[in-house]
Structure formats: C-alpha cells, structure tokens
Design a protein around this ligand. Sequence first.
Ligand code: KG4
Ligand code: ZN
Length: 390
Amino acid sequence: MKILAIETSCDETALSIVNFSSKKKFEVLSDSVLSQIEIHKEYGGVYPAVAKREHTNNIFPLLLASLKKAGMLEKRKNPLKNPVLLVKKLEKVLDRDKQNLENIVHLLCTYKKPKIDVVAVTYGPGLEIALWTGFNVARALSVIWNTVLIPTNHMEGHIYSSLINENKKGVFEILKPKFPLISLLISGGHTDLVLSKSEGKYNIIGTTLDDAVGEAYDKSARLMGISYPGGPEVSKLAESWNSKVKSNITLPRPMIHKDNFDFSFSGLKTAVLYLVKAEEKKGKLKKSFKQELAAEFEDSVSEVLTKKTKKAIEKYGAKSLIIGGGVSANNRLRKEFQTLSDNENIDLFLPSKKYTGDNALMIAVAGYFNFKNNTYKKSAKKVDGNLKLK
Ligand code: KG4
Ligand code: ZN
C-alpha cells in the first residue's frame, strides 16, 4: 500500500512517499524536509505569516520532486476529458490558496494519476495558519486521485518516529513496543507524558503548564545571545563544560517534588534571565559562563524529565518507554533515558537522529496505522492547532 504524507505544522515543509509491503515493513520511495529555519532566524522564532508563505510556495515543487523521485510522475498522453466537475470541487477546497489551486489543476491535467492509495496529512497540533496549507493540498490530492484522506496527529507522528527502524539494506520496519507504554514527548510546543495501554490509545497523564522544554531551551539560548532555534547550541555548550569543575550556578528544578506528572519550565527561563542580567553588568558574557549556565540548565531539565518519567513508569507498570520530539535529539537526555530504562528494566525506543525533528515519514507511518485500524477521522474539514492525543 502506497502512502503520500504531508507535514506543515510549523517551520518545515515535509513530504514522504512510502510503500508498505506488510504490516511491519515498508520501503521509502521519497522523503524530503524543506526547513525554513534560516528565514525565521531573523525574527528570533517562527513567524507564522512567513511560515504560511513558505509552505505555500514550497509545497508544490516538493510534491513534483517527490513524485518524480518515487517514479510516479508520468505525463498524460491525451488531455483529460471534461475535468470541469473536479475543478469545481478543487475550487471549493483551495478557495483560499489560488496559487496551489492553479498548481493542482495543472497536475490533474498534465500528469497521470500516480499509484497512491492513501494521502495522510498533519491536521494538528501546530500553527493553524501553517497547517491549513498542507491540509488543503492533501485534501485536493485526495479529490483528484480519489483516495482516502487520513488526518494525522503530529504528536502521534513523533511517537511512531521512535518506532521506525532502518536496517543496513535500507529496509524499514516498525518496532512493536510492549504495553503499557509511556511516551515522553518533548518538542518546541510540547512536554507531554502519555500512557498507552494498547496500540493507538493515548491518555495524557502530564503536560506542561507553561513553556515546553524546547521553548525553554530556545528562550534561554536567546538570552545567551544564541539565535533561533537555540536548543542544539545550548546542548553543545553544556557538553563542552568540564563537569569535574564545581559549578557556582544553581537553577531551580521546577515541580520536581510535586505529586503529579505536570511540568513547568517558564521559571527556569526566568532564572536564566536573572543570572544573565547580573553577569552582563560585569561586561560581555564570557564563553565559560555560557558553558556553565548551559550545563546547569541541562542538569535541571534532565533531572526533572527523568524523575517524572521514572515515577510514571513505576506507577503504571510500564514495559516500554518512548522518547519523541525535537528535543529527543539531545545527547545528554538520550543517555539519561538509556540509564533509566536499564535501571527500570524496560524497553527504550529513541528516534534515530534523522527523525527526531519534524518530518513526513512519521506522518506516513502514523497515517498507515490509523488507516489499518480504521481509527482515523473521516471527512475532516478543519485543522486543529490544539489537537490532543486520545
Ligand atoms: O519536534 P520539533 O522539531 O518541532 C516541534 O514540533 O516543536 O522540535 C523543535 C525543538 C526546538 O525547540 C529545538 O530547539 C529543540 O527541539 N531541539 C533541541 C535539540 N535539537 C532540537 N533541544 C535540545 N537539544 C537538542 N540537541
Ligand atoms: Zn514536532
């Protein structure tokens, strides 16, 4: 079964075409991510209207390139007879995106229908203005190709991205976790602890009350003069700090002793702000100060995340642990969760570095399972920026 998946929830336009040969195995026919990071850098974060403009401009060229790479872009020999009805339908779906309306009509009239069985698309959570571009193009494709449309949850995608395993021969398989399963989802918009008692069932047992972990990384980085997204750079600074030297900096461990699974990271960022302000009074921030601060910041984050996750594992008798989302690229956290899962004697699933950030492969896989299990939302007409896992 061949799936085309589209992801436009934030600042990456991503498109993937995969072929599932069995319930567990699949082949990747094309997989591309067009990042807008360089463009958003000057705004210090993702600027929604610019994200939308970039998705709108990039999605069609990316679609054509992906179909070509997958060997699915074949010109029609004869012009399409009477596409009036289809064009009318397309006009309704893409009434706010004239550029892609024109593009999709061109696709319909110029190229043969590719052998795509299902179109999956992220419909939340994320920036609604950005989600709409991918969602409407996906809907339009499902109209002209007459395929099923699977609206997919971005966070479920991050869970599945930790279960993707690529062997040395380039064959992809989906690993099967044992249940109960705890997933810790850490990204720019989320810090969620999720309990699953069976495949495709989610119960959010804890979440952030304010900033997400990735957001705290990015905001603290900005205070240290590091441009967006600062998470990876803060992490590098922390790694370069000599941990044998006793640190003079102490940051809070927000909510670490609270008897629940919720998080709060805005206080951590404020504490960073005060320390930076005090240090700036002495002059330009020194590299050693930034390294020390970053190391303490990462200590705090990793202590809070591992302690709460450990508590959740023990309370629910979890047999597997998934770590997903952009922040799961962090080396320190990967190490800490490896140690935690060894100590707790449970299986750990970390995404390969290639799939920690936003991508469409994870949407293809999540879409596939929702299609197979018939758990997808039929005839979805809207995106949902605050979509929750259920
Ligand atoms: O999942 P993602 O790509 O986008 C969202 O859905 O939000 O996550 C992006 C977040 C950013 O905040 C970025 O700074 C953070 O992941 N991030 C990291 C690292 N790599 C990316 N944070 C800490 N350490 C890293 N190595
Ligand atoms: Zn994400």
